[in-house]
Design a protein around this ligand. Structure first.
Ligand code: AFD
Ligand code: MN
Ligand code: MN
Length: 426
């Protein structure tokens, strides 16, 4: 099932082929002078993939308003079609990460097959106990897995267990748990007891995990709770993961830290204890802004990948996902651009000569060590990324191909806009 005409992709790729060959050749010669083989880097770029969140293809919003985009997906079937376009053009987003109950259907085996028609598989399953659903007996206004009332905790546990069941049918191997639990007032709740309540409830979910599954614990410093959050930081996340057991690991969402936090150091620490689950990629200036990966601070993204590439000999098995809110752009364009920026950081980090870097560090040659990172970061690896896409049948320039296809305008006719004001998270 193909969303964009193969003829269109082929003709645009053909039109740009000579320039691509020239740029790729020039970069190959530049890298060869540094003793690097461009083909090995292109092979790495071709093997790379990051998951797209199903909710990311819808237009996002803020607390103040949501301005719906044209031809927005109405349900999981439309979302899969949009994710299919992202994968078709970029060839670097082979899985989608669903969110329940937002993506509920009656037949998950059929949904798995539907996704496979777009050449998509399912990544981690996300539970949602940060808002109330229509048919839900107990409210999450004052929390879910850390709620003072055990009945509410049980309801949240059961939802997570249902997510695991759905995930099994979809071929997923992980459950991501992010909760909004916390307090807005000092004294509102006992902070120690809330954490104990959380661990008690999470223990019940953990007991229901299939043996080949992993549970990803996602921390977040603040919002929706503003005074205290139960899993506020990587310390709380690590304590929870260590308490629960080997199948529980810590997921790092780049936007979930205080400004200026040294996230790459957190990554190094979690790798050290074998508890790094993976990432939710996005960018931010102030908080959990959910801006496009690499749009504000691409150097930070590179430094995160520098830690990951450095730790490759340890045999990391990580989950990579984009988690963004697209309020002022076409979500498909933002997700394609973000997927390419994330792949860029990965390839740039792969350029670092690890042996030479270790030698400079051992000799305390500060500037030489630093310049090795900067040289990698300043190398424009765009021709490698383009080559990896084209060799796999993707687009030389995914955004240009998408715009030329008229996909969004066609979807605007097929998918009528839902009228009325709305706000909040997608
Ligand atoms: C939240 C968290 C979490 C959650 C998502 C929902 O990052 O990953 O699943 O956004 O939209 O801020
Ligand atoms: Mn996230
Ligand atoms: Mn977030």
């Amino acid at each position: 099932m193909s969303g964009i005409s193969l003829d269109l992709i082929g003709s645009l790729n053909h039109a740009g082929a000579a320039a691509q060959a020239e740029d790729y050749g020039a970069l190959a010669r530049q890298l060869a002078r540094r003793g690097q083989d461009i083909e090995a880097l292109t092979a790495r770029a071709m093997a790379w993939s990051v998951a797209v969140p199903t909710w990311g293809v819808g237009t996002g919003g803020t607390r103040f308003a949501r301005f719906p985009g044209e031809g927005e997906p109405r349900h999981i079937h439309d979302k899969l079609a949009d994710c299919g376009v992202i994968q078709q053009l970029t060839r670097g987003t082979r899985t989608v990460s669903p969110h329940f109950p937002w993506d509920k259907v009656s037949d998950y085996n059929a949904l798995r097959q539907e996704a496979a028609q777009y050449e998509l598989g399912f990544d981690s399953v996300n539970s949602n106990t940060f808002q109330d659903q229509l048919d839900q007996p107990l409210s999450y206004k004052f929390g879910s897995l850390a709620h003072a009332n055990k009945m509410t905790r049980t309801q949240a546990v059961e939802h997570n267990l249902e997510c695991i069941e759905i995930g099994r049918a979809l071929g997923s191997r992980a459950l991501t748990v992010w909760i909004g639990d916390g307090t807005n007032f000092p004294g509102q709740q006992n902070m120690a007891r809330m954490f104990e309540n959380y661990l008690e409830a999470m223990g019940r979910i953990y007991a229901g995990l299939p043996t080949d599954w992993t549970m990803y614990i996602e921390h977040k410093m603040y919002e929706p709770a503003f005074y205290s959050t139960v899993i506020s930081d990587w310390g709380s996340s690590l304590i929870a993961a260590q308490t629960l057991g080997p199948q529980a690991k810590c997921l790092v969402d780049l936007g979930h830290h205080a400004p200026n936090t040294n996230i790459e150091q957190i990554v190094a620490r979690l790798i050290h204890v074998g508890k790094l689950a993976g990432f939710h990629f996005n960018d931010s200036k102030y908080g959990d802004d959910d801006l496009d990966a690499g749009s504000v601070d691409p150097f930070r993204l590179f430094l995160v990948f520098n830690e990951l590439v450095d730790a490759e000999p340890k045999g990391l098995d990580l989950a990579y996902m984009i988690d963004q809110s697209h309020n002022v752009t076409d979500p498909i364009e933002s997700l394609m651009a973000s997927a390419m920026e994330i792949a860029r950081a990965y390839v740039q980090a792969s350029l670092v000569d690890r042996k030479a870097l270790a030698e400079a560090q051992a000799a305390n040659d500060v500037l030489a060590a630093h310049r090795m990172l900067k040289q990698a970061y300043l190398t424009d690896v765009s021709p490698i990324l383009a080559e990896a896409r084209v060799r796999q049948g993707g687009a030389l320039d995914p955004i240009a191909a998408y715009r030329a296809s008229g996909y969004r305008a066609a979807k605007a006719k097929e998918r009528p806009a839902v009228k009325g004001a709305s706000s909040g998270i997608v």
